[in-house]
Design a protein around this ligand. Structure first.
Ligand code: UTP
Length: 306
């Protein structure tokens, strides 16, 4: 039996006007313990992936998907994120004086990209708690969530793919990826009911199940389209075994109240909070640069042939 929500969803199926998604939340307040000591004094979201900090790829994806306002959830020691997207008058003056026009244009574009807002998560109490920090910013609108340490590379940005599903169903949509069964303990896993090749109706969600107990190998990754009723469920969510408030636990309850969909996105995902994935992402982006490609390939051949 479906439970009642205090703020029930508006009916989908064309009778209510389509609500466009213009706001996003980027949780970036985690401690990054998997990447210590690199993350002791700098945010992992600011680690450079070839020539850009990871979070800039994420913000660019949001802008490409038509998002107008982004709330970045930061924490202690994360000031570099705000500084990166702020104007840097001294740097701009210096570049201007040196006639470095291309660099000047690039630096200005970063600060003009989108309306960025910030909120501090005072303690890293989990992803669910970080999303809850956005409650008053979001109000009563559907919204997008982009994890600040997950980069997804595809000509059609992953969030745009999720928005197509939103347009059709006006219901929450989770990005999922086929993961190796041995890795289910690192993900929220869905129990899927296939609708088409990439689209699933979520039957259930389980946070970090053992491989033998996982209902599928479809792991939830860093892109979500959510409805504001998630906030009252997050408020009721108690910390899990790790002491963190898990977004997956609230999504599970949301799925008891209304249909939730999952989209197996097209694209290459890099979880840059993981050292090996970070190196792979850096290589993948460097290989896209036509000036770097050949010398880098030569170098890789050289160091792997011995
Ligand atoms: P992760 O679990 O990958 O990040 O959270 P973490 O906790 O920083 O990493 P490890 O496991 O200690 O290495 C996914 C995203 O959610 C944010 C993180 O910054 C990351 O972008 N997050 C996580 C928060 O904003 N607040 C939290 O309390 C936890």
């Amino acid at each position: 039996m479906k439970k009642r929500l205090i703020n029930p969803p508006s009916p989908a199926g064309g009778r209510s006007p389509l609500r466009l998604i213009t706001k996003a939340v980027v949780p970036a307040a985690g401690l990054g313990t998997r990447f210590l000591p690199a993350t002791k004094a700098q945010p992992k979201e600011m680690l450079p992936i070839y020539d850009k900090p990871a979070i800039q790829y994420v913000i660019e994806e949001a802008v490409a998907a038509g998002i107008r306002d982004i709330l970045v959830v930061t924490g202690r020691g994360k000031q570099a994120i705000e500084n990166h997207f702020d104007r840097s008058i001294e740097l701009e003056e210096s570049l201007k004086a040196q006639g470095k026009r291309t660099a000047l244009k690039m630096v200005r574009e970063i600060s003009d990209m989108v309306n960025l807002h910030y909120v501090r998560q005072k303690e890293a109490r989990g992803l669910g708690h970080a999303v809850l920090c956005a409650k008053s910013f979001i109000g009563n609108e559907p919204f997008a969530v982009f994890l600040g340490d997950d980069i997804i590379d595809h000509p059609r940005p992953a969030m745009m793919q999720l928005m197509e599903i939103w347009k059709k169903y006006q219901a929450p949509v989770l990005a999922v990826e086929e993961i190796p069964r041995a890795r289910t303990r690192a993900y929220g896993i869905i129990k899927p009911q296939a609708i088409s090749n990439r689209l699933y109706k979520v039957q259930d969600l389980i946070e970090k199940p053992r491989p033998s107990q996982a209902p599928s190998c479809l792991g939830i990754v860093g892109r979500y389209l959510l409805t504001p009723d998630i906030f009252e469920l997050l408020e009721k969510t108690r910390p899990g075994a790790s002491g963190e408030i898990q977004l997956t636990d609230a999504l599970r309850r949301l799925n008891h109240c209304r249909p939730v969909y999952a989209w197996r996105f097209e694209g290459q995902r890099h979880d840059i909070g993981n050292k090996l994935e970070f190196v792979k992402a850096t290589l993948a982006y460097a290989l896209k640069d036509k000036d770097a490609r050949e010398p880098l390939l030569n170098y890789l051949r050289e160091i792997t042939s011995s």
